[in-house]
Design a protein around this ligand. Structure first.
Ligand SMILES: Cc1cc2nc3c(=O)[nH]c(=O)nc-3n(C[C@H](O)[C@H](O)[C@H](O)COP(=O)(O)OP(=O)(O)OC[C@H]3O[C@@H](n4cnc5c(N)ncnc54)[C@H](O)[C@@H]3O)c2cc1C
Length: 518
């Protein structure tokens, strides 16, 4: 059996496999077979806590020999149930969480992040040891495993681009000719080579598509974090906005106009500004604007806030209710703090509960139709449904993110100014349908001018692969929308890469890259 360890099975790997299998009777089984999102849970034959590279190879071969479908788990934060695996094997990387200086296959210095690290492992490891960082997501508990290969963006992205813009190599276990093999795929592999395609596919192709990522290597020149930043949190009361609906409209118009004016690739002042407008449902109590400003002088941050409030009779107050996992009730409205502490503060992982998400890239300020749709859905009470934790989070985008061309990385959206994340959370399973229907209805209404989705190459530009949404179609459907909306013109290259590296479709889920015909 290949599942047993032998030198032959693992090629030139010089370590013995180490790891643990967790079966249904193990107290860890329930935890490891459930996602961060409580909607996702499955009954795998067992979960393998992969301990090292040799173990990943041996255990993947063992699963194949037993005819068990493998799925891969990094941090378990998938928005959909892509890791769920009834009767198969979950390969869980979460004990492989090293972050350290290393070298790539060409001997050049890199920073290496193992496939089971969390964002917090990455921030802590890079900051404390090397005074470096990557412009990754704001939530500490998200896993690098899925996060990085989906693109990875966060509070420093307007300044430093996407996380994948700094990636130079991925070490991946793929299945070729029916056997697991480790490939180190590099940015500088020969143009047109399968290895170069495999590397590129991990710059936004999304997790669970090509193999098991053991390690991500980043360039030695990854960003230095700012020593200190300003964190601002202000809020507008929904009671006031209900009294003055035109203020809601002005707020959205101002926000869009500011980002349209200050998100160019060479933006001179505001690259260091990252903002999150949390447009909650009225039952939440307040609409919140959280910002991080990387500059010693708070003047530009104050100018930004003034521009957003310009023409509104409703004045901002201190945040009164938690919105989208963040509650920053600063009487002084903004505070300066060391960057690392701000990163902790702005973590919005929130509780483990049930959740549904949708996303959209926007290239222009909101249209009147879109603003009206936000108002119609968010300002109305819905009988019997608790929507206090329902919101549209409007993140700033652009600046250095847009310095890359769409085809440079697998993530193609490179001229947007905002990224929207539609979110709703609840705990009671009997409320699933109410929440799913509400979010779908809101989303379809906002994008009613383009067929109910944020159509590409219009005022909008598709959706984010790391915020997957099965309402955009599934791999078993004829002509699903998700390949176009996530990948735009990059899909054909992703499909040919899939054909070479996973010809049998071993790595698959509801929205995986579909093998091309023939
Ligand atoms: C609370 C929260 C906050 C978030 N904040 C941000 C944010 O600020 N910015 C942002 O860009 N995104 C954010 N995200 C989205 C996040 O990037 C994705 O959910 C990401 O895919 C999670 O990765 P994971 O490893 O934790 O998830 P998992 O559920 O483990 O995996 C997600 C997908 O990736 C695959 N995968 C995981 N690990 C590996 C691996 N080692 N090799 C191959 N495939 C793998 C899985 O099979 C699955 O298909 C957030 C998500 C949550 C839940």
């Amino acid at each position: 059996m290949r599942g047993e360890f032998s030198r032959e099975a693992v090629g030139d790997i010089r370590e013995l496999p180490k790891g643990r299998s967790v079966g249904p009777d193990d107290p860890r089984y329930r935890t490891l077979s459930q996602g961060f999102n409580q909607r996702w849970s499955s009954t795998p034959a067992y979960i393998r806590l992969v301990g090292n590279e040799a173990d990943a190879v041996v255990e993947l071969n063992r699963a194949l020999d037993q005819g068990l479908r493998p799925t891969v788990r990094g941090g378990g934060h998938c928005y959909e149930g892509f890791v769920d695996n009834d009767g198969g094997v979950i390969l869980d990387l979460s004990t492989m969480r090293g972050v350290e200086a290393s070298t790539d296959k060409f001997g050049k210095e890199t920073y290496c992040v193992e496939g089971g690290a969390t964002n917090w492992d990455v921030y802590t490891g890079l900051f404390r040891e090397y005074a470096r960082t990557v412009p990754a997501g704001s939530c500490y508990s998200v896993g690098a495993g899925g996060h990085i290969c989906g693109g990875g963006y966060g509070l420093l992205s307007r300044r430093d681009g996407l996380t994948v813009d700094h990636l130079v190599q991925v070490d991946v276990v793929t299945v070729r000719g029916g056997t697991a093999v480790v490939t180190k795929a590099h940015r500088d592999d020969p143009k047109g080579s399968p290895e170069r395609d495999l590397f590129w596919a991990h710059t936004g192709g999304g997790g669970g598509n090509f193999g098991v990522v053991l390690r991500y290597h980043f360039a030695s020149g990854i960003p230095k974090p700012p020593p200190r930043v300003w964190v601002s949190s202000i809020a507008w009361s929904w009671d006031d906005l209900i009294e003055r609906p035109s203020d809601f409209e002005t707020l959205l118009k101002n926000y869009g106009a500011f980002l349209a004016a200050h998100s160019g690739v060479e933006e001179p002042v505001y690259q260091g500004l990252f903002t999150l407008l949390k447009l909650t449902h009225r039952s939440n109590g307040n609409v919140v604007l959280v910002s991080q400003w990387d500059g010693d002088d708070p003047g530009p941050l104050e100018d930004f806030v003034a521009a957003i409030e310009d023409g509104m009779a409703t004045r901002a107050t201190v945040q009164t209710h938690s919105a989208g996992g963040l509650f920053l009730a600063y009487p002084e409205k903004h505070r300066q703090m060391p960057w690392f502490q701000a990163t902790m503060t702005l973590n919005g992982s929130g509780d483990n509960q049930r959740g549904k998400y949708k996303s959209a890239y926007h290239r222009t300020p909101f249209s009147q139709v879109q603003i009206d749709a936000f108002w119609d859905w968010l300002s109305q009470d819905v009988e019997g449904v608790d929507l206090k934790q329902t919101l549209v989070q409007i993140d700033s985008y652009g600046c250095r993110i847009n310095a890359r061309k769409p085809e440079d990385t697998a993530i193609p959206q490179r001229d947007s100014i905002m990224k929207l994340q539609y979110q709703t959370y609840w705990t009671d399973e009997s409320q699933d349908t109410d929440h799913l229907e509400f979010l779908s209805g809101l989303y379809q209404d906002v994008y009613q001018e383009t067929g109910g989705v944020p159509e590409i190459d219009t005022d909008t530009d598709g959706a984010y692969v790391n915020y997957p949404d099965v309402d955009l179609g599934t791999a078993d459907q004829k002509n699903p929308a998700y390949p176009r909306l996530y990948y735009k013109g990059n899909y054909a290259r992703l499909q040919s890469t899939k054909k070479y590296w996973d010809e049998k479709g071993v790595f698959r889920h509801a929205q995986s890259i579909i093998l091309p015909k023939g």
